[in-house]
Design a protein around this ligand. Structure first.
Ligand code: ATP
Ligand code: MG
Length: 381
């Protein structure tokens, strides 16, 4: 029987989940999103919208009453509220899984207990514990908020002793953890899926390039040795088998000089580093997420084409309406998210460049450099 899908969050991730859901009319008859912004990206592609905050209990109850199955594009939801509506709609990933993942300290403790490699870390309750931690880990070290971090905003790199107080004050009393700084040689990620019946599939390892803590480019597959990609994929599979959540999980990892691989963090949702799958893979991460939460057989995760994903971000020093972008080049797929207003570093869209004729990653990187200057966001004035 066809189901009504509820999504908490109707930004670009909710939008692309909605688009995938629309292609599965036998399984999903209707999509409703909860989002505070009127005519959010998901609503623009055919989802009905409840206008309300992601944490608004009444709005979540309304969504649960109207939906058969609920998922989310953000990890900051209130897991206790979600737990309380489980009798009204099935929620995936489950509130229990969300509760572990959304708290970086619980998440890392959970991974450590299961012998999955993570950077060394300790819980921080006061500034004295920061000082003790720095003695243990050395400087630099990362002070992090346990919850509600995104785009690096929940991190403070302590790179000298006189930054301790500033770093501690920056978080205004939020619960924290301190982490050893990892001098990684590359950031990589695995998009992993597990369906409600326990079937697990992972996508090939990809390489992620961040600037100012924001993902700029994803290169698929990652330019690493077989040893590293196998290690990373094994870590991802093990994580999925102990975590037991259903859906797509974005597992971010560090690769070190000595070819060690460790998890930086897990996102319990479709992930920016999986957008390339829209064109590069047999099954997109969005379709895979729906297959997973609906308990369907998972689709193939084979990479059909080498590819590069490039995020289109709002230009520096400009807030306002912007001109539409156009790229008409074969093998280049532009996806804009329908956000009216550009803000500095706001994610407005992405481009996937696909090696249709088995172009090498090197050729694709060249193509990217030729194309991208044309996609600078212009202001309307
Ligand atoms: P996002 O939402 O963008 O994934 P976030 O706010 O949850 O980010 P993290 O993923 O924890 O933050 O960290 C953001 C970036 O900071 C990482 O991608 C990495 O470049 C750097 N970083 C985080 N932790 C460490 C560490 N222990 N050692 C070195 N670099 C780190
Ligand atoms: Mg991260």
């Amino acid at each position: 029987m066809s189901k009504i899908l509820g999504i908490i969050g109707g930004g670009q991730l909710g939008m692309m989940i909605t688009e995938a859901a629309k292609k599965m009319p036998d399984e999903i008859s209707e999509i409703i999103v909860l989002d505070p912004t009127e005519n959010c990206p998901a609503a623009q592609v055919g989802a009905r919208q409840i206008i309300g905050d992601f944490k608004d209990k009444e709005a979540i109850i309304e969504l649960a009453n109207k939906s058969d199955i609920i998922t989310y594009e953000i990890e900051s939801g209130d897991s206790d509220v979600l737990k309380s509506v489980e009798d009204k709609a099935e929620i995936n990933p489950s509130p229990e899984t969300l509760k572990i993942i959304q708290d970086k300290f619980l998440q890392k403790s959970f991974l450590l207990e299961n012998n999955i490699p993570v950077p060394e870390f300790i819980e921080i309750k006061n500034i004295e514990e920061v000082k003790t931690g720095l003695k243990k880990f050395g400087i630099p070290a990362m002070l992090k908020a346990r919850r509600d971090a995104y785009d690096g905003r929940g991190n403070f790199k302590i790179d000298s002793e006189d930054k301790i107080q500033t770093a501690y004050d920056y978080f205004k009393g939020q619960p924290l953890l301190l982490e050893k700084f990892v001098p990684f040689t590359m950031e990589v990620s695995v998009i992993a899926s597990r369906n409600t019946k326990g079937q697990i599939k992972t996508y090939p390892l990809v390489e992620n390039i961040h600037k100012e803590n924001i993902l700029r480019e994803t290169i698929a597959p990652a330019r690493v040795s077989k040893n590293i990609s196998e290690k990373a994929e094994k870590i991802a599979e093990k994580t999925m088998s102990v975590l037991k959540g259903a859906g797509i999980f974005g597992i971010e990892m560090f690769v070190t000089e000595n070819d060690e691989v460790m998890i930086n963090e897990i996102a319990p949702r479709v992930h920016n580093s999986g957008h390339h799958t829209l064109q590069s893979s047999e099954t997109s991460q969005f379709e895979q997420h729906l297959r997973a939460i609906l308990g369907m057989e998972l689709g193939s995760t084979k990479l059909k084409h080498n590819s590069i994903m490039y995020n289109i971000l709002g230009g520096d020093g400009f807030t306002g309406e912007y001109l539409p972008l156009e790229i008409s080049e074969s093998g280049v797929f532009l996806k804009m998210y329908g956000k009216k207003i550009s803000k500095p570093l706001r994610k407005l869209g992405h481009v996937n460049i696909i090696g249709m004729n088995n172009e090498s990653i090197h050729d694709l990187l060249n193509k990217l450099q030729i194309l991208m200057p044309k996609t600078v966001i212009k202001s309307s004035n």
